[in-house]
Design a protein around this ligand. Structure first.
Ligand SMILES: [Zn+2]
Length: 339
């Protein structure tokens, strides 16, 4: 069995996952991140909301001037105030007051949430109720004032521009393939990344799984409607928007999953399967290859000629995916381990 390892996550990775990943229904997250980078220059732990309001509103006003659409929702009183300020209809004081009152709805609470859960590092603590501000943590100072600080700020800006491009063109974010070059940290767009229909893979995959969910071993059935499995992307297909060099629709990445595991209450969704599950995927792919299954050539083409190449391929995907998805997932076992 190969010794797969899980990428060790650090604060820059958490920060990048906040900026990169997310629903992006509005640009507040980017404005807040830019503002944090500005106020972190002053080593003054508690940032009052009225002091945060100035850079926060300024960044949004600047962006609104160039791209009027800054949210996918129809109306926002706060964004309207930014427009009025740009049109010199309200004063800077009016704008600051409106920002303190309405500008931070949700964004402070949601900032640390990536892929459904909080990242383990907090870059600020919410002390609005007790002290009327947020407290920047040491992690925030170290990150934004450190060697990588300037690069991280530029990344916020490029991601913001990318999301604006999507809004301007009125296209779904998932249809924009974004490549994040991990060495140069350049992001670029490649349109036309579409989800390919994979349901025809059901029969082939069910033979190996012997009528059981790949993840929890609960019974599944291709003929009983209530036990019909989902064709699941082991590495969530949303990754295609970030790592466009990998074909996540390839059969190497497909399993049959019960509905609970795929999208139930404690389901996988866009989380990353654990190393134990990665080993299970590796074992499955190797079994199909060594048993001269009809999918053998396809799997070899997709993952590598030699065993070591294929191990390296899966390890690489796991490492890359972890830096984006952050949270690992493993379900409770619902039956004997069959494969
Ligand atoms: Zn399951």
């Amino acid at each position: 069995m190969p010794n797969f390892v899980s990428k060790t996550l650090d604060d820059p990775t958490y920060w990048r996952s906040i900026i990169l990943f997310g629903r992006n229904v509005a640009s507040y997250k980017f404005a807040l991140a830019r503002s944090l980078a500005e106020v972190a220059n002053v080593r003054n732990d508690l940032i009052k909301m009225e002091d945060l309001a100035e850079p926060f509103a300024r960044h949004l006003c600047q962006h609104i001037k160039e791209v009027p659409v800054q949210s996918t929702s129809q109306s926002s009183k706060f964004l309207e105030a930014c427009r009025q300020f740009n049109a010199q209809q309200i004063t800077e004081t009016d704008l600051r007051d409106t920002t303190v009152r309405l500008g931070f709805n949700n964004v402070i609470d949601a900032f640390h949430i990536v892929n459904g859960d909080e990242v383990p590092t907090r870059f600020f603590l919410d002390e609005r109720k007790t002290l009327g501000g947020i407290r920047l943590t040491d992690a925030c100072h170290d990150l934004l004032l450190g060697d990588e600080g300037q690069t991280l700020v530029e990344e916020i800006q490029s991601r913001w521009r990318l999301v604006e491009t999507a809004w301007e063109l009125n296209i779904n974010r998932n249809l924009i393939s974004v490549q994040h070059d991990t060495s140069s940290h350049i992001l670029f767009v490649d349109q036309g990344n579409r989800r390919v229909d994979v349901t025809s893979a059901r029969d082939a995959l069910n033979g190996y799984q012997k009528g059981h969910c790949f993840f929890c071993f609960r019974p599944i059935s291709l003929t009983q409607a209530n036990l019909l499995p989902d064709v699941d992307h082991f590495f969530p297909h949303v990754l295609g928007s970030y790592l466009s060099h990998t074909n996540f629709n390839g059969v190497w990445n497909l399993t049959l999953s019960c509905m609970e595991c795929n999208r139930g209450e404690a389901g996988k969704f866009a989380k990353l399967p654990s190393l134990k599950l990665l080993e299970r995927l590796h074992t499955r792919n190797e079994f199909l290859i060594t048993s001269h299954h009809p999918l053998r050539e396809t799997l070899i083409r997709q993952t590598g000629n030699k065993l070591q190449d294929r191990i390296g391929f899966l390890q690489f995907q796991h490492t890359e995916a972890k830096g984006i998805l952050i949270h690992e997932w493993e379900p409770e076992q619902r039956g004997p381990e069959l494969f």
